[in-house]
Design a protein around this ligand. Sequence first.
Ligand code: GTB
Length: 233
Amino acid sequence: MPPIITAFEESPDRGQGLARDMPVRWALEEVGQPYDVRLVSFGSMKEPAHRALHPFGQIPTFEDGDLALFESGAIVLHIAESYTGLLPEDANAKARAIMWMFAALSTVEPPIIQREFSHYFERDKSWHKERLPMVENLIRSRLEDLSRRLGDGDWLDCETFSAGDLLMVQVLRRLKGTNLLREFPELSAYVARGEVRPAFKRAFDAQLAIFTGKSRHRGEGDACSAGASHMRR
Ligand code: GTB
């Protein structure tokens, strides 16, 4: 049985690859592991059956045999450690790739999420116009530092794409279409390099297909497969 992940039955972005099943799908596609998808509604995510898998009643989850995981970063790390292709063999290089996974989720992403939160939920507050530039400057500062470190390299650590790049590209994609990302052409190019990877495209298309009616998923309680095969460590 392939692993089963959960994804939104309905997503605000209509499958533009922003919901967090996307990095999990992308990681599975990179390592060539087929997977099944179970779509969940907003209501059912809060029901006990789903909360048994995810205490916060969210997506994504990942089930493989008797292992059940939540948290997209932890799931991507598990996939990267279970199969070849997303973490270097060299122990130091592997530690650095994992460091970049954490940097993506705990240093670069938080101000980006604050900005989204501010846009959606604080727009009517009297202090919104003062707070927004502060949040954007924090994002800008992170992007400046990241861009400097990336330099003219293709990926964050040497020439090889890793799970650290996967999560970093996915985090930066949340800024697509904003001036913030446009201010950093090297980072825009870095995101574009991630997005042209065949595994990214397969993951993106599979998520989008849910909303264009071309998906091979099944309803809640069922799941349907996607993906190809590679080597388990
Ligand atoms: N830290 C957790 C992880 O990385 O797995 C966060 C999980 C999470 O935020 N899940 C969201 C969720 O289930 C979906 S991804 N929300 C429902 C709830 O909390 O009730 C966040 C998300 C959703 C949609 C868009 N979009 O459409 O643009 C972007 C991001």
